[in-house]
Ligand binder design. Sequence first.
Ligand code: FAD
Length: 456
Amino acid sequence: MANLENGTFKKLDVVVVGGGLVGSLEALFLAKRGHRVRLYEYREDIRNTPQARGRSINLALSIRGRTALREVGLEDHMINNHGIPMKGRNIHRIDGSTYIIPYDSRTKQCIYSVGRNYLNGLLLQESEKYENVERFFNHKLIASNLRKGFLSFQKTDTKEIVEVNADLIIGADGAFSAVRKEIMKQPLFDYNQKYIEHGYLELCIPPDSNGGFQMPPNYLHIWPRGEFMMIALPNQDCSWTVTLFMPFTHFKSLDSEDKLLKFFEKYFPDSIPLIGKQKLIADYFAGSASPLIAIKCRPYNVEDKALIIGDAAHAVVPFYGQGMNAGFEDCTILNQLFQKHHDDLAKILKEFSDTRWEDTFAISDLAMYNYIEMRDLVTRPSYLLRKAIDDVIFWLMPKVWIPLYNSVTFSTIPYTQCIKNRQWQDKVLNRSLLFLGTVTSAVGAFYVYKKFVGLS
Ligand SMILES: Cc1cc2nc3c(=O)[nH]c(=O)nc-3n(C[C@H](O)[C@H](O)[C@H](O)COP(=O)(O)OP(=O)(O)OC[C@H]3O[C@@H](n4cnc5c(N)ncnc54)[C@H](O)[C@@H]3O)c2cc1C
C-alpha cells in the first residue's frame, strides 16, 4: 500500500478540504488505500444538522455516482435502503393532465432520488470505520501555500487558528473553493464562470393525510412551461421537494401573495392543492431564489501537491442531474490513477488534470442544453418523435446506438464520447431522412410522369 519511495512504501499524509459529498467520498477512497486522511469542513457535522443546508435537499443519483459508491461498499445500501427509483419523466400539462416519458424503455434502468444530508451523513459515518481518517468540523480554510503543502484554518466557534502540513491537499470545497482561489494565482490557469439568468427556489409537497405520496412516486415530475419550469423529486417521508427554475426577473415580479397565486393558477394549477395555498405562500416568501453557476477551469493541480475535484473543479448547472455524479466519478478516476501509478503523486495529479477537463467541460455544456430540453423541448412533437426513433434503434442495436440521455445517465462512457455519439447519430438520421426524401420524390416524379406524360 501507498507510494514507493526509495524502495520503501510510504503512507501519504492527505488533507481533504471540504466534507461535502465529494470530499467525504474521496476521504474514504484514500483511507481504503491506507493513507492518513484529515478531513476539514467549514460547517458543523451534517449528521447533527436537522435540515438540509443550502443547495438541493435531494439529488438524482445515477450510474457514475453508483459506481463510485460501489467501490467504497455503499451502493447497495443507498439503492436498496434509501434511494427512490425514478423510471421516467412525468410531464404535467397546464390543464393538469400528465404523460410519461420513460428514461429507458428497453432495459428499464432508472435514476434514484436520494437525500443530500442522508448520503453525506452516510459517507461520514463510513469514514468512522477507518482509524486513519480524522474529521474536523467548523474549520474554515483561510490561507494556504499549496506548493509547500501548507494550510491555515480558522475554527468558526473559538476563532482559533489551526495550521497543518500535508503531502497532498485535495480541494473538494465546492463551487466557491478557497483552494481553487489559491490555484488561480498560478500562471497559465484558465478560469471561466457563468451565472445563468435563471435562479431556483425550493418548495414542498407534503405527504397526504394518510402519510402517503400525493403523486405517483417513481417519476421525476416536470411542469415544463417554455421559458421556465418546475420539477419535483420524491423524498423518503413521502413528501416532494419541488424546485421552481425561472428567470430572476420573474421571481422579482412575484412580490405579493396575490401575484404569486395568480401565477400558479395560470401556469401550475394542479400543483396548488398538492402544495396547499398557505404553504405555497409561506415557503415562497420564506426564502429567495438562489443563483446557478457553471465553472470551467484548468489545470486542476499544483505540481504533485494539490488537486481540486468535484464542484471546486467543475460546478455545472443542475439540469442533467450530473454535478454530484461527475464529482463522484472524479473519485473513481483518481482511485484508478493511484492504482495505475502506484501512488506516485506527480504522475497521478498530472494525468488527472490533463485528461479529466475535457469530460467536465462536456457535461457542463450538456447540462446547459438539458435545461432547454426539460423546460421546453419535452412538450414538442419533434422531440417525442426523435425520442421514439432513438428508442426503437436502441432496442434493435443496443451496442451501436445509445441515446444521449442513456449514455450520460446509465453508462460510464466519457461525457465527450457521449456528445460525439450523438453527433454521429444526428448525421446518420439526417442522411437517412435525405435519402428517404430523395427516394420519395423520385417515386412521386415517376408516378406523375407515368400518369400524365407517359400516357400521351
Ligand atoms: C438545485 C440543485 C440541484 C442539484 N441536483 C443534482 C442532482 O440531481 N444530481 C447531481 O448529481 N447533482 C446535483 N446537483 C449538484 C450537486 O449538488 C453538486 O455537484 C455537489 O453537491 C458537489 O459536491 P462537492 O462536495 O464538490 O461540493 P459541495 O457540496 O459544495 O461541498 C463543499 C463543502 O466544502 C465546504 N467548504 C467550502 N469552503 C470551505 C472552506 N473555506 N474551508 C473548509 N470547508 C469549506 C462546504 O461547507 C461544503 O460542505 C444539484 C445542485 C443544485 C444547486
